[in-house]
Write a protein that binds this ligand. Structure first.
Ligand SMILES: [Zn+2]
Ligand SMILES: [Zn+2]
Length: 388
């Protein structure tokens, strides 16, 4: 008996060490899943419940898990295992992956790597699914969900470092719900195992690399689609003055997909908006010069006739692709001619992709957009072992 207890203790130490760099990602929460099928795809799995080991399963078997009377029922084709409060399905081979298909509501098959934890949702009558996953496997999934499969490999490495840094900086975002990050854009989009092997390799080749500021704190690694030639200062967009998120001139993105845009708005609507929302002096609007505006560099305010309107506010109110645009007139229309797509703070993705295509390294690109930051090995931060 004593031996068994000692063995269990050693085993729990081993599990804690082996799982040290794992993240808990809340998946499919919005779907309010009440029943799903679990298929091992690669490796081998052991199903544990609150009372211990239940069953071993490999890729020839499937199990169905359902919410029933505030418990989780587990069934295979041949066997009804009963109902439980908590289930942990742990991969025990070197590489483990599984497929998951929700029955209620009916969903498509999604592939995930590593482990799956299931419990009753603390506030609602459905199952809470948590993908307990190696951080690099998660990062690879996020990179594919965020940027697709087309960019060059060097860009995937850069995006992997950014997504890893973001994940660790925000590791407590869903702490109250019992997991680290969700699978939506609220945290980072994550749709399970990536299809691209190159993306997987990019995450592995940059394993443990994160970005820190001069005080060795993980940076706020923001990114967006295209800056239109100049990125924005964080203080002008979000009122947070981070020294590494400051405006840089960028010629790399100028001929990419999202470098320019335009929008036609009826002149009357634009004038009405300026008067009612910003007290723009009516008498000045008869002259076209008071409507037209040219932003030579990225500016913070639309400033005319003692009225000051943040371009960020105009962007939000008119649902514009960016806050960098000129205003001209075409008869009864106002034409907004803009540059770039997105908030403009941090890394310009289309510029960075172009840099990667013409041979810049991920380190060069990173230092171009985030000035004065450092790349560091996560292990030297001792991240997982301290309360950061
Ligand atoms: Zn979230
Ligand atoms: Zn750019």
């Amino acid at each position: 008996m004593k031996k068994a207890i000692l063995l269990l203790f050693l085993l729990s130490l081993f599990i804690q060490t082996a799982f040290a760099e794992m993240l808990n990602i809340g998946i499919l929460d919005k779907q309010a899943v009440t029943s799903f099928i679990f298929y091992p795809q690669e490796g081998k799995y052991i199903v544990y419940t609150e009372s211990g080991k239940l069953e071993e399963i490999d890729n020839t078997e499937i199990i169905e898990l359902s919410f029933w009377n505030n418990k989780i029922t587990v069934k295979s084709l041949e066997k009804d295992y009963g109902s439980f409060l908590k289930i942990r399905i742990i991969g025990v081979a070197t590489k483990n992956a599984f497929k998951l298909k929700t029955n209620k509501p009916l969903g498509k098959i999604i592939k995930y790597e590593d482990n799956l934890f299931i419990r009753i949702h603390p506030y609602n009558n459905y199952l809470q699914l948590i993908n307990n996953i190696d951080i690099d496997n998660y990062v690879a999934g996020v990179v594919e969900a965020e940027v697709g499969k087309n960019p060059p490999e060097e860009y995937f490495k850069l995006q992997a470092i950014i997504c890893r840094t973001y994940a660790l900086k925000n590791i407590k975002k869903h702490e109250n719900e019992g997991f680290s990050l969700c699978d939506k854009v609220h945290c980072q989009a994550y749709h399970g195992k990536p299809k691209s092997e190159i993306i997987h390799q990019a995450a592995e080749l940059t394993s443990n690399i994160v970005i820190v500021d001069s005080e060795i704190n993980l940076i706020t690694a923001t990114f967006f689609s295209n800056c239109g030639g100049q990125t924005a200062n964080s203080k002008d967009v979000w009122h947070s003055n981070l020294y590494y998120l400051k405006s840089v001139k960028d010629t790399f993105c100028l001929h990419e997909n999202n470098s320019i845009w335009s929008k036609r708005i009826p002149k009357g609507d634009w004038i009405q908006y300026l008067i009612t929302q910003h007290n723009y002096p009516k008498e000045n609007l008869k002259d076209n010069c008071d409507i037209e505006y040219f932003q030579l560099n990225r500016e913070q305010y639309f400033e005319k006739n003692n009225v000051q309107i943040p371009f960020v506010k105009l962007r939000n109110d008119w649902n514009l692709k960016s806050a960098q645009f000129d205003v001209t007139l075409d008869n009864n229309f106002v034409i907004l001619s803009g540059k770039g797509f997105g908030h403009g703070v941090g890394l310009c993705q289309e510029g960075a992709m172009r840099m990667a295509k013409i041979g810049y390294s991920y380190a060069d690109i990173l230092h171009f957009y985030y000035e004065g930051v450092h790349m560091i090995n996560l292990k030297s931060l001792n991240f997982f072992k301290t309360d950061f």
